[in-house]
Design a protein around this ligand. Sequence first.
Ligand SMILES: Cc1ncc(COP(=O)(O)O)c(C=O)c1O
Length: 446
Amino acid sequence: MSWAERDLRHIWHPCSQMKDYEDMPPIVIERGEGVNLYDTEGKRYLDVISSWWCNLLGHCNERIGEAVKRQIDRLEHVIFCNFSHKPAIILCEKLARILPRGLSRFHFTDNGSSAVEAAMKMSFQYHFQTGSTGRRRFMALTGAYHGETMGALSACGCGDYSDIYKPILTDVIRVEGPDCYRCKYGLSRDSCSGECFEAAEAAFEKHGREVCAFLVEPILQGAAGMRIYPPVYLKKLKKACEAYNILLIADEIATGFGRTGKMFACSHAGITPDIMCISKGLTGGYMPMAAVAVTERIYDAFYADFGEGRAFLHSHTYSGNPLACAAACEVIDIMEEDGILEKAAEKASFFNGLLNDLLSGLSHVGEIRSAGLINAVELVKDKKTGEPFPKELRLGREIYKKALEKGVMLKPLGDVIYFNPPLVIGYGDMEFAAGVCAECVKEITE
Ligand SMILES: Cc1ncc(COP(=O)(O)O)c(C=O)c1O
């Protein structure tokens, strides 16, 4: 029996209709090296989606590996309540230095969804303990993705993930978000003034006093189809949140650590949110860990004598895991010492130029948008009107299959083919990936 057959006897894979594996069995990966993954037959796959957006500095990165090995021989885990350890302390000092100014207190969880969950609970409790007991609801954008535990899923505006669970989810106020490719105002990202923020303004006016927090993916709405919107929208959002005393939760789980060209996407708008969730790139994709970063103002609302019952009594067994903290410390050191962001910026303009040269002229490429090394190619039936292809065709999936044959992992979001490679990708690999993408898009759509 093959490895794939053995896999399918027991494993229920995430984000999958398991029947799909009948015509596309799981690819069993044996090892990783840099931006490449190798299956059990030795076939190479270029990991241009960073293994679900988390690998930052390449697979089996020597320095991160050594840091984790050093730590594993000292301390693999310890309860993080009443106890602490050096890697966590050092990591928080580093994070306080690189995060937007003012985010200086850190609460650890072990995945992105649970960080969002904690941030939502914190926001409610913050208001409850500062005299706004009526603030019990959340606001989030259409197309938003914040994870899949119940609270986080309630904030999601991607129906495919959440619709069926609606009867058991929290009723989040949905605000129509920016959709720059199909801009209702006929404007473009570079020159607009965030006119579409008027939908948020109306929602603030109507619900502003019942809301404890607004959750947002800054600059890039990933699961919505790699929608990219301009910083001006974020600036307006921050201002409105302040005016209505609503906390702003920036979900930088996908965008943090250089993905959009700056260390954190909030920096494009020069804002500091009240709460920021980080994960994925935090450990370079090595260990499951997330953190909720908050300002002193939020932290202070929980600080009191025990008897007052103001503590944040939220815990996860693996909070602040030392191996994950050791990996994260090394990631930040590498990024700073090797000038990773500066090098990625040069690659980003090369890659975007290349994709435009190869793909923008194709008859079904509606838009190529980019932020940092992230590039998304939206395929449409009608280039003039932006009319999408019928969903049932699953064209993105067909392109994905074809590209895998050619050795590139182009896992799509619907009909949006995207690249979110490790920041250390080389020029030759970018050329290879862009070439394969152009070939596959042509073969499948024309
Ligand atoms: C923006 C955003 N928020 C939250 C999550 C959830 O993180 P996790 O999958 O670690 O629970 C993700 C995961 O893709 C994400 O992209």
